[in-house]
Design a protein around this ligand. Sequence first.
Ligand SMILES: *[C@@H]1O[C@H](CO)[C@@H](O)[C@H](O)[C@H]1NC(C)=O
Ligand SMILES: [Ca+2]
Ligand SMILES: [Ca+2]
Length: 383
Amino acid sequence: MGISVLMSCWAFIILYLHIVDFTCPETITEELVIVSETDTLASSDSESSSCGCHSLKRDGVVSIDRDASLLSEQAAVKYSKRANDGMEVNQEHNQDLYIPDEMVLIPAGEFFMGTNNPEIPQDGEGPQRRVHLKHFYMDSHEISNQEFQKFVNATSYVTEAEKFGDSFVFEGLLSEAVKSQIFQAVAAAPWWLPVKGADWRHPEGSDSTIADRLDHPVLHVSWGDATAYCTWAGKRLPTEAEWEYACRGGLNDRLFPWGNKVHPKGQHYANIWQGEFPTQNTGEDGYTRTSPVMSFPANGYGLYNMVGNVWEWTSDWWSVHHTTDELHNPKGPETGQDRVKKGGSYMCHKSYCYRYRCAARSQNTPDSSASNLGFRCVSQNKL
Ligand SMILES: *[C@@H]1O[C@H](CO)[C@@H](O)[C@H](O)[C@H]1NC(C)=O
Ligand SMILES: [Ca+2]
Ligand SMILES: [Ca+2]
């Protein structure tokens, strides 16, 4: 009797270790597993340094058991209630809203790209290397819904999410009606659900709109969509080097666009996640989801929301290996499978996805789109 209890206890521990090991970030990305409560717990544990957002691939979703809720039911209700109660304090509902279509000059210069003190080494944040760049102009803010609407009005452009008929939405943002229709999730990051009808006009699925968010960043745009917009505007996506140089705002080797303290003088400088990821977002910075594109203080170059709010596509292919040679206007690897995105999003928390730093980086396949991923453009000359 005593022995069999002991035995089953060992069996449990071995099983548990097996699960933890199985879901470690290196091994999980391509695995298709049924998401159960255990997997959810194990993966959020072992992925403490990974946001899981690079796992957003349309062919990477798995079936989920609705009874074994993805997030603990109580926590999900708590989160959704806050998110849906309209607690967004700085929200403006201005019909004739004016968002200046402004580009700022990023002067030519050299800087240290990456860091020798990587917080997430497996992302290829290091080593630090000297990079020289020509001057360029950069959109002072993320492309807004209003700007993207202007583009679509002029060109009748159809985004990839619209063609696929779905896009990835963070579970905490969804209405119960939409959630109850979904039976799949991303194995490595089960809070990401493929939502039918989610696109830039319907950020949380068919029952949502952008009407009161025209000054918020456009969401659910793929790398191809972002490139199409920038091309239409006579611009292009920034290279990763340009994006990071611009993010640093003229400061050398700092974590954030404004320095090394996440809350200078106790103030919030970016839209990130406060509370416990993924179950509770307290919204202390004023926003539990996206914020208007010109919220929070601009950096030294006059750029808003470089870190936080939404991730931003860059033109580079993804690789975690970098030469330490001094480079001039680098454009990243020749080929690849994923494109680099920078800056983190309103979903980033230090405990979970400490990627709201200039040196931080992540990746997605170019056809991916999600409720926390947008872009801004650059141009060589003043437009
Ligand atoms: C796009 O077209 C719609 C419908 O005509 C209009 O309501 C909207 O204001 C236009 N948006 C922009 C940014 O021009
Ligand atoms: Ca926030
Ligand atoms: Ca951003």
